[in-house]
Write a protein that binds this ligand. Structure first.
Ligand SMILES: *[C@@H]1O[C@H](CO)[C@@H](O)[C@H](O)[C@H]1NC(C)=O
Ligand SMILES: *[C@@H]1O[C@H](CO)[C@@H](O)[C@H](O)[C@H]1NC(C)=O
Ligand SMILES: *[C@@H]1O[C@H](CO)[C@@H](O)[C@H](O)[C@H]1NC(C)=O
Ligand SMILES: *[C@@H]1O[C@H](CO)[C@@H](O)[C@H](O)[C@H]1NC(C)=O
Ligand SMILES: *[C@@H]1O[C@H](CO)[C@@H](O)[C@H](O)[C@H]1NC(C)=O
Ligand SMILES: *[C@@H]1O[C@H](CO)[C@@H](O)[C@H](O)[C@H]1NC(C)=O
Ligand SMILES: *[C@@H]1O[C@H](CO)[C@@H](O)[C@H](O)[C@H]1NC(C)=O
Ligand SMILES: CC(=O)N[C@H]1CO[C@H](CO)[C@@H](O)[C@@H]1O
Length: 395
């Protein structure tokens, strides 16, 4: 794929390699150990930093590692630097490095994977001009305050979770996410800016305070936002999603705007947004391939172009305005909504009956009451997202 295209030209250096630069692997515990490979432009194999490494460790000289660079459980290691290293063909894997506070990779541009897990003292990345290309990025339980240094143009999966100090993410060049982008349980103040993101497969945002994606035009999979604290969310350029669209438990949300959205390729879930009184800024929405599931305090719902809902509709609102249900019944009678349609107003607890209620246990039980089943049927198209939240929040 694209990543290989990028890495092949550098592989040409492999011809200059001498015997000690061939793997399959080398284990090092100190800067002195690392000198064994300092004459290798390319080390053809894995470089493993032993868990006994302590203090600072420098890997000088090497420009490319064809395998992975791994360091697990080195609880006495304070810093790692490899300032000539430009690419890592495998995974840059750092896990459980309790006091690691310095990570200096002044030339690093391409890695196949980044896996940084449990680096509680790491507050910033010193990555020179930054990593441009990576297939998979997972950053979890670090003290990073921003992702400065992760300057990706494209990525397959990116999962950023449980980084309690992460308040700012601005990946300016990111244009394409080919499988999934997930942010969950970072700082509640996290603001995400992806100004050039045009195309994404799955997008999941949990516990965020702002998300800006002005260029986003296509989501190939599901798009879900949970426990966000923004008042306004707008996807000004988004025309379609391939699967579900969900906004759940966004307690301050008052204004939800999708001016260009024509197609939702799965279910459409809006639940437990305790201040969302209107759902009326979907002026182009024509097709919903799954079901409509709305629960909340809303009293004004309009979809002026909606012509085809292939699933049913389960609507529950605390409003006293009975005309809300008249509109949904009309849409069902006229064949716009194909599946079973249930609409209830005057439901005092309507907004708390979000899908998160039933996904807490992580299992899709079929023993729920009839009322629950009609709203959040475990076999409805929303199961995938519910399961994803369960996985992120509760496991
Ligand atoms: C590192 O520590 C974790 C948790 O203590 C343990 O499960 C894992 O086996 C250790 N890994 C290595 C390579 O020692
Ligand atoms: C995103 O990447 C996929 C897979 O590589 C490709 O098919 C698609 O055209 C790309 N989209 C954009 C907008 O670059
Ligand atoms: C979205 O995620 C689901 C579940 O992980 C996966 O099956 C699906 O292929 C992804 N969608 C795309 C367009 O990659
Ligand atoms: C995410 O939001 C949920 C619901 O408000 C909350 O229980 C959880 O503590 C939040 N997580 C973080 C890391 O803020
Ligand atoms: C929105 O989409 C249109 C058409 O694809 C494109 O010309 C325009 O530049 C996009 N706007 C932004 C802010 O990306
Ligand atoms: C409803 O949303 C609020 C935040 O607005 C959250 O605290 C609460 O846990 C949510 N309830 C459910 C059942 O998800
Ligand atoms: C809602 O947000 C959209 C997009 O940001 C904006 O154009 C619109 O004026 C807002 N509406 C209200 C009532 O604030
Ligand atoms: C209409 C409906 O099913 N409302 C329920 C929402 O959830 C609360 C608490 O779980 C129930 O008490 C309501 O009956």
């Amino acid at each position: 794929m694209a990543f290989q295209k990028f890495i092949i030209p550098t592989l040409a250096f492999a011809g200059a390699v001498v015997a000690q630069c061939d793997g399959p692997s080398i284990t090092i515990a100190s800067s002195t150990d690392a000198e064994q490979i300092s004459n290798c432009r390319t080390y053809d194999g894995d470089v493993i930093i032993d868990e006994s490494a302590s203090g600072t460790l420098q890997i000088n000289g090497v420009q490319q590692i064809t395998g992975s660079l791994t360091c697990l459980n080195a609880t006495q290691l304070t810093s790692i630097s490899a300032d000539q290293l430009g690419s890592i063909g495998g995974t840059f894997d750092l896990e459980r490095l309790t006091i690691l506070s310095g990570l200096s990779m002044g030339s690093l541009q391409a890695v196949n994977g980044i896996k940084f897990i449990s680096l509680p003292a790491l507050q910033s990345l010193n990555f020179g001009s930054g990593v441009r290309r990576a297939n998979n990025v997972e950053i979890s339980d670090t003290a990073l305050t921003s992702l400065s240094g992760i300057e990706l143009e494209a990525v397959t999966t990116m999962n950023i979770n449980n980084n309690r100090y992460l308040t700012e993410v601005d990946v300016n060049n990111l244009g394409n996410v080919t499988r999934a982008l997930t942010f969950a349980a970072n700082s509640a103040q996290l603001k995400i800016s992806l100004p050039n993101l045009e195309s994404a497969a799955n997008l999941t945002f949990i516990n965020v305070s702002d998300v800006s994606m002005p260029s986003l035009s296509k989501v190939g999979g599901a798009f879900g936002t949970y426990f966000a604290t923004f008042e306004t969310f707008s996807a000004p350029n988004l025309t379609s999603t391939g699967s579900d669209l969900a906004f759940v438990s966004c307690g301050m949300l008052t204004n939800l705007s999708f001016p260009q959205l024509t197609t939702i390729g799965g279910g459409f879930l809006i639940a437990n947004n305790s201040q969302l009184e209107t759902i009326d800024q979907f002026p182009q929405l024509k097709t919903v391939a799954g079901a409509l599931n709305f629960a909340g305090v809303f009293d004004k719902v309009t979809f002026p172009k909606l012509a085809d809902v292939r699933g049913g509709a389960d609507i529950e609102s605390s409003t006293q305005d009975q005309t809300l249900c008249d509109d949904f019944k009309k849409a069902a009678d006229s064949g716009i909504i194909k599946g079973d349609t249930s609409c209830k107003v005057n439901e005092a607890n309507a907004q708390t009956n979000g899908s998160t209620t039933s996904s807490g246990g992580g299992s899709s039980s079929s023993s729920s009451s009839a009322a629950d089943a009609s709203l959040f049927d475990p076999s409805a198209p929303l199961t995938g997202l519910s399961a994803l939240i369960a996985a992120i929040l509760f496991i």
